[in-house]
Design a protein around this ligand. Structure first.
Ligand code: SF4
Length: 309
C-alpha cells in the first residue's frame, strides 16, 4: 500500500488507519521537532500531490475487509490540507462508509474558507498550536514565508465556529524554545480563547528533525497546572517516564488496549511506548491472573482481553 498505512495504535486516536496525501516531505512548516524529517518543499500551494483515484482504490481494497477502526486519519509525511482534493475524498468516504474521520493538521490553511468548508464535517480535527508569539512561531515551526501565528490562531478559531465535530488542539513543548514562563502564559491565554474540546500536551519523544529535546512528564504536568484549562490531557510520555508509572496503571492500559483488539506483545510495547521487558513481565502476570489470554492467529501468538468475549 502506497498511500494508506497501518492501522496503528496511537494514544490520541486509538486504532487508526492513516491516509498519506502529500509526499515526503512537502509541508508548509519545517518544525524543529518533526519526526518525519526536514521539509524539502516548503509551500502553501494546494495540489493533487498524489493521484486521487489511486488513493480511493487503495482505500476501497482495504475497507472491503471491513476492518475494525476507531478512525481513518488524514496525516502522514507532511501537511494533509495541502492536498487539493481532500474535500472530495472526505465526501466520498462519508457517502460510502460509516468510519469516523480525523485530520491531523498544522493549522496553516485553516484561515482559508475553502479548506474549512471541506473539513467541517470531520468527526475530529487535531490542529497544532505550539507558540504564543510570532518570534517563537518562526523559531519553532519555521513556517513558509507569509504564514504568521496570527493567521494560524484566526484559522483555529474559525474552525471552532464552523465544525460539527470535535477539535483537539495539540501543543508540542520543546526544551528552551516554547517552555519559558512567559511563553506558557501566552500559549495558555490562546488556548482559553480558542476553547477547544481538548487541549493535548505533547513533547519530543521520537528522533526530531533538528537537535532539540523534549520536556519530562513532570514538566508537562506543571504546564497543565499553570494553564488550568479544564480539558487538558498529557499525551506524551518517554520510555523513561513510563517506567516510573505504577504497574497498576500500565496493567489497566494493556487490558484496555487488548479489549479493543487482540495484539502480539511487540505491538503493545510500541503502541503504549513501553519497554518490551516491561510488557513481557506485566503480560505474564495478567495471563496468570486470568485477565488476558494467549491465542493463536495465523501461526502467531496474540493476546486478548478475557472480557472481550
Ligand atoms: S507541520 Fe507536521 S509534518 Fe510539517 S514539519 Fe511540522 S511536524 Fe513535520
Amino acid at each position: 500500500m502506497k498511500y494508506i498505512f497501518g492501522p496503528v495504535f496511537s494514544r490520541r486516536l486509538g486504532i487508526s488507519l492513516g491516509v498519506d496525501l502529500v509526499p515526503y516531505k512537502v509541508c508548509s512548516m519545517d518544525c524543529l521537532y518533526c519526526e518525519v524529517g526536514r521539509t524539502s518543499e516548503k509551500t502553501l500551494k494546494r495540489a493533487e500531490y498524489v493521484p486521487f483515484e489511486a488513493v480511493k482504490s487503495e482505500l476501497e481494497d482495504y475497507l472491503s475487509f471491513k476492518p475494525e477502526l476507531d478512525y481513518i486519519t488524514f496525516s502522514g509525511y507532511g501537511e494533509p490540507t495541502l492536498y487539493s482534493r481532500l474535500g472530495e475524498l472526505i465526501g466520498w468516504l462519508k457517502n460510502n462508509y460509516s468510519y469516523s474521520l480525523a485530520l491531523l493538521t498544522n493549522s496553516s490553511l485553516l484561515y482559508d474558507d475553502r479548506v474549512l468548508e471541506e473539513i467541517k464535517t470531520l468527526d475530529v480535527v487535531l490542529p497544532s498550536l505550539d507558540a504564543g508569539c510570532e518570534e517563537t512561531f518562526r523559531k519553532l515551526n519555521r513556517p513558509v514565508d507569509g504564514l504568521t501565528l496570527k493567521k494560524v490562531v484566526e484559522g483555529i478559531k474559525k474552525l471552532m465556529s464552523v465544525t460539527s465535530g470535535e477539535v483537539w488542539l495539540e501543543t508540542v513543548f520543546v526544551k528552551g524554545v516554547n517552555d519559558s514562563e512567559e511563553e506558557i502564559e501566552r500559549i495558555g491565554k490562546l488556548v482559553h480563547e480558542i476553547s477547544p474540546h481538548r487541549w493535548q500536551l505533547n513533547t519530543v519523544v521520537r528522533p526530531p528533525a533538528y537537535n532539540v529535546q523534549g520536556l519530562s512528564y513532570e514538566e508537562l504536568e506543571r504546564i497543565k497546572e499553570k494553564v488550568k484549562y479544564p480539558k487538558t490531557e498529557i499525551v506524551a510520555r518517554s520510555k523513561t517516564d513510563r517506567r516510573k508509572l505504577p504497574v497498576k496503571e500500565i496493567e489497566k492500559e494493556i487490558v484496555a488496549l487488548l479489549s479493543r483488539r487482540p495484539c502480539p506483545a511487540s505491538e503493545i510495547a510500541d503502541a503504549l511506548n513501553l519497554l518490551q521487558e516491561e510488557v513481557d513481565s506485566i503480560v505474564s502476570k495478567l495471563v496468570r491472573e486470568g485477565k488476558i489470554i494467549e491465542i493463536n492467529f495465523g501461526g502467531e501468538p496474540y493476546l486478548k482481553a478475557v472480557s472481550d468475549g
